[in-house]
Every structure is written in structure tokens, then in C-alpha cells.
Design a protein around this ligand. Structure first.
Ligand SMILES: *[C@@H]1O[C@H](CO)[C@@H](O)[C@H](O)[C@H]1NC(C)=O
Ligand SMILES: *[C@@H]1O[C@H](CO)[C@@H](O)[C@H](O)[C@H]1NC(C)=O
Ligand SMILES: *[C@@H]1O[C@H](CO)[C@@H](O)[C@H](O)[C@H]1NC(C)=O
Ligand SMILES: *[C@@H]1O[C@H](CO)[C@@H](O)[C@H](O)[C@H]1NC(C)=O
Length: 482
């Protein structure tokens, strides 16, 4: 059977959601972010959640090319606890491999076309909304904060420059490996090891806002009769790749394993607004996005998506409108069927207030299926790096009890009333993949080649001269004499 384990919230009862943070944002804005408190004076930094990249970074006061964001740039000058990461430093499994001005540096490109550059630092970090109003001198803050690596952004391009959020929190499985420094969650786990704390974070996003927890599920936020499911993620990739056996509607296969797993397969990416698939897969699924009711509006095409206009006078409340559309059943490991329901997947077309689309687009480049924010909505998804599992529990994520209590209908009403500033769709995926050259190394490579050619040029004439003198030697000997 598909049930893995029933609720054991009473046994593990955590009244104190100590590492829970409200997630802000929605998919019209294009991203979701949380607050991280950094260094002395607990400087707040708003960071986009991204399960498909591995660096946590935000602008520091010395940034010369960063945009205007919600929070002030991180001022390490007033945080005596900060330490710049040195060029030869090893932290966790990773040794620094890029040096600039005597600091361990990075440059990262994302699939959406943005780029960030900067250098690494360490300072005390703390996450969790209940810490927001506390002082750094408070005992509980001292106990809970942890020294961790962060990036000091010194260059932002494109969306990173224009967006409201200050930076990005890289949560991929690649952190704390030879490819990437440990992040806050890895470090917290090291500290809390042996307790109930798991090397795990959970992301629960609703149509608007949501919450994130670190260390364990916040069971208090789930219904008492909730079902929990888990599947393994592929350990050999740097993303949370899961095995999708097939996609069905009413138990009939509409996309099979081969079609879904073309190229790099399917992975969960909280930094991607929409879901994406290969041209063939997108076509197959989109064809099935049919409206079935006598009141159905006409099909429209907006930004290459299939859409329908929602008219409350005609269609009743939003739940009722959503019931015209199919549920996409994703068959995952352990007989778990992930139901992608229209109430969750229907997504507003850009710059509209009432036209809802099937949010699956064609992926440019290598074939893969990206399960973005629109796929994650209203499931509390746990990413357990200790057991290499992804956990699922259905939940109302916008209804977080702590800071706000939206119902689906409230949010739809808000959407109908206000045309919000749209920042567009985005995909964050770290392109600094294994073995791939980035711009730094390309420049270095070109430089080395030029030096080598000049060297060979002089060597040639030197050898010619030696030969004339009748003292021909091997290149090795010449080298060792020099
Ligand atoms: C939506 O409308 C249906 C009837 O059309 C009703 O049964 C249901 O309770 C309504 N749902 C909400 C959330 O208002
Ligand atoms: C999945 O379900 C099938 C039939 O319902 C059963 O034979 C099989 O053992 C189940 N597999 C797991 C891993 O539970
Ligand atoms: C949405 O509106 C903005 C501002 O009016 C405009 O720049 C942008 O091109 C529009 N986007 C689409 C997809 O229509
Ligand atoms: C979410 O909230 C609705 C009512 O707003 C309720 O009917 C539904 O059961 C809830 N779902 C979960 C998984 O808690």
C-alpha cells in the first residue's frame, strides 16, 4: 500500500515551531522568499528559496553594482563576528577553489540568465520568525545562532538587480559536498546532531505566501488525519530528482516513464515559477487540459499557455471553476500518487486578473522536467538530506496560523481586484555544473594559452640556437636548468 507512515505528531509533538519562518511571495511575483538574520544586530536579509542551486548570497555594503531591495545591504563592518573566507580554506567537504584579491570568490550563472559574483564570508546566522524581535544578546539567540558560510554579492545582473528580494538561499543537495560549502541547514544539523533534529527543511507554499521549517516538519500545522508519503531522490545529481513513473488522468496513462525521463529526468525546483517539460511532454499534458462543463469559457492562448477566463457570475466560486479541469496524477515511487489539482495548478496569465492557465511551458535547452512552484503549491514538502528522501503531506500552506490566514477564495478575490506589478516567470538553476567552465576559468584558460604560446615560440628559437652550437638537449633538461 501507499501509506508510509501515519501521523505521529502526538509522539513528536513540537509546540515550539522554533525554526519556522513565514515564506512571502506568490507566483505572479515569480518567486518566494524567507528572512534570514545575519551577524551582529541580526541584520534581516530576504532570500529567494531555491532548491536547485547551492550558494546563499546577498549584497554586502561594499557592492558597487547591486539594485534596490527590501532590506539594507548586509553591513559586515558593524558585525565584528564576520570572517572573510580565505583562498586556501576548507569548510566541510569543500576547499575554496577560486581566489580573487586574497578572498575566496564565486561567480554563478543561473538558467534564467542572471549572474551573481562575490566572495565568501562566515558570520552568525539565525532563521525563524520568533527570533525577529529578539536581541542578539538574548540567551535564546546566542544558543540558536550558528556560524555559517554566506556569499557577499558584489555584482548582480538582470532579475537579481531589479527584484525586491535581496538574495538567494541555495538549498540543493550539492551543499556540503566537495562542490559547495555547507549551508545554514547543514551547519545547524552538525550542531543539533543526536536530537530529533533532522538534516531537513520543508517548504510549504500556497497561492500566496507559506512557511518553511528547518529540522523537522512543523506537525502542528498539519491536520490530525494527514497522510505522509516519502520517496527517494537520486543521489547522483545535484538537484532533487525524483522518479516519476507516469502521469495519469482518471487512472489512464497520458505520459509514460520514457517520455518523462528524457534527458535529465524530473526534479523539484522551488526557484522556478512554472513547471517545464520537453516539447513532446508539454504537448501531451497540455492537450489534456480540457474544460469540462456546460459553462466552460473559450480556450485562449497567452504566452504559449492554454488558458480560460474565470467569470464568477457564471462559474460560481473558484473551487467550483477549478472543478471543470482534470487532476494530473503523478505516479511516484512506493505507490505514491501525487495529485496535481486544478485548484492549485491554475495560474494567472501575466498582466491579467482573471485568466487562468495550465502552467506547463516548454523547456529551452536540454530535455528535463522541472517541477516548479506551481507544482509544489499546498503540499508541505520535506527535503531530508540525511535519508535522501523527499516527503509529502497535503496542507493548506497559505493558512499558516501565525501571521495570516488566507483561504483560497480570499486570494482569488485579491487577484481579481488588484493588478499587481508583475516580475515575470523565472527559473533559477545553478549552471555552474560539474566540469563546466565559467567565465572566470575561461579567461584564465585563454591567458594560460597565450603565455604557453609565447613560451613555445621562444623555446623554438632557443632550441634552434642550441642545435647550431651542437648542444642539443631534451626539453626537460632545459627546464630543469632554468
Ligand atoms: C463553492 O461553491 C459550491 C457550490 O457552487 C459550494 O458547495 C462550496 O461550499 C463553495 N466553496 C467555498 C469555499 O465557498
Ligand atoms: C504497489 O501496489 C501494488 C499493487 O497495488 C503491489 O503489488 C506492490 O507491492 C506495491 N508496491 C509497494 C512498494 O508498496
Ligand atoms: C505586462 O505589463 C508590463 C507593463 O505594462 C509590460 O512591460 C509587459 O510587457 C507586459 N507583459 C506581458 C507578457 O504582456
Ligand atoms: C484546506 O482547507 C479547506 C477549507 O478551506 C479544507 O476543506 C481542506 O480539507 C483543507 N485541506 C487540508 C489538506 O488541510
Amino acid at each position: 500500500m501507499l501509506i508510509i507512515f501515519y501521523l505521529f505528531s502526538l509522539a513528536i509533538c513540537i509546540d515550539d515551531p522554533i525554526h519556522t519562518s513565514i515564506i512571502y511571495g506568490d507566483s505572479d511575483q515569480g518567486y518566494y522568499y524567507v528572512n534570514l538574520f545575519v551577524g551582529e544586530h541580526k541584520q534581516k536579509q530576504s532570500l529567494i528559496l531555491d532548491t536547485a542551486s547551492s550558494i546563499t548570497t546577498f549584497p554586502c555594503v561594499d557592492c558597487k553594482s547591486c539594485g534596490n531591495h527590501i532590506d539594507s545591504y548586509y553591513n559586515f563592518k558593524i558585525s565584528q563576528t564576520h570572517k572573510v573566507v580565505k583562498c586556501d580554506q576548507i569548510i566541510g567537504e569543500k576547499q575554496c577553489d577560486k581566489c580573487l584579491n586574497n578572498r575566496c570568490s564565486f561567480q554563478i550563472s543561473y538558467a534564467e540568465g542572471s549572474r551573481l559574483a562575490g566572495y565568501f564570508m562566515q558570520d552568525w546566522l539565525i532563521m525563524g520568525d520568533e527570533f525577529e524581535d529578539l536581541k542578539q544578546s538574548d540567551e535564546i539567540v546566542k544558543l540558536e545562532q550558528i556560524l555559517s558560510v554566506i556569499g557577499c554579492t558584489t555584482l548582480e545582473t538582470n532579475l537579481f538587480y531589479t527584484q525586491k528580494a535581496n538574495g538567494i538561499m541555495g538549498l540543493s543537495p550539492k551543499t556540503n559536498t566537495e562542490f559547495s560549502f555547507p549551508n545554514y541547514i547543514d551547519d545547524l544539523y552538525q550542531k543539533e546532531k543526536g536530537s530529533e533534529f533532522q538534516k531537513m527543511f520543508t517548504i510549504c507554499i500556497g497561492r500566496r505566501d507559506g512557511y518553511m521549517t528547518v529540522g523537522q516538519y512543523d506537525f502542528n500545522r498539519h491536520r490530525n488525519d494527514s497522510l505522509y508519503y516519502k520517496v527517494k531522490y537520486d543521489q547522483d545529481t545535484d538537484v532533487y530528482k525524483i522518479n516519476v513513473h507516469s502521469i495519469k488522468i482518471d487512472n489512464i496513462v497520458i505520459a509514460d516513464h520514457n517520455l518523462i525521463n528524457l534527458g535529465q529526468g524530473a526534479f523539484i525546483d522551488s526557484g522556478s515559477t512554472l513547471a517545464y517539460g520537453s516539447p513532446k511532454l508539454s504537448e501531451k499534458l497540455t492537450q489534456q487540459f480540457l474544460c469540462q462543463n456546460e459553462n466552460c469559457p473559450d480556450l485562449q492562448y497567452l504566452e504559449e499557455l492554454h488558458c480560460y477566463q474565470y467569470i464568477p457570475e457564471k462559474h460560481g466560486n473558484f473551487s467550483n471553476f477549478a472543478s471543470y479541469f482534470p487532476i494530473f496524477e503523478f505516479e511516484l515511487d512506493n505507490n505514491f500518487t501525487f495529485k496535481w489539482k486544478p485548484i492549485n495548478y491554475l495560474t494567472l496569465a501575466v498582466n491579467t486578473t482573471d485568466i487562468y492557465c495550465f502552467p506547463l511551458a516548454v523547456i529551452p535547452g536540454a530535455p528535463r522536467m522541472i517541477l516548479g512552484q506551481v507544482w509544489m503549491r499546498n503540499w508541505d514538502i520535506g527535503f531530508n538530506k540525511q535519508t535522501q528522501e523527499v516527503l509529502f503531506v497535503e496542507n493548506n500552506c497559505s493558512n499558516t496560523k501565525v501571521s495570516h490566514e488566507f483561504t483560497e477564495e480570499d486570494i482569488i478575490l485579491l487577484e481579481q481586484q488588484s493588478l499587481k506589478q508583475n516580475n515575470g516567470r523565472r527559473v533559477y538553476k545553478d549552471l555552474n555544473l560539474k566540469g563546466k567552465l565559467d567565465i572566470f576559468s575561461e579567461t584564465l584558460y585563454a591567458f594560460v594559452m597565450i603565455v604557453l604560446m609565447i613560451f613555445l615560440y621562444y623555446l623554438f628559437f632557443y632550441l634552434l640556437k642550441l642545435k647550431k652550437q651542437g648542444k642539443y638537449q631534451t626539453i626537460q633538461e632545459i627546464n630543469s636548468q632554468e
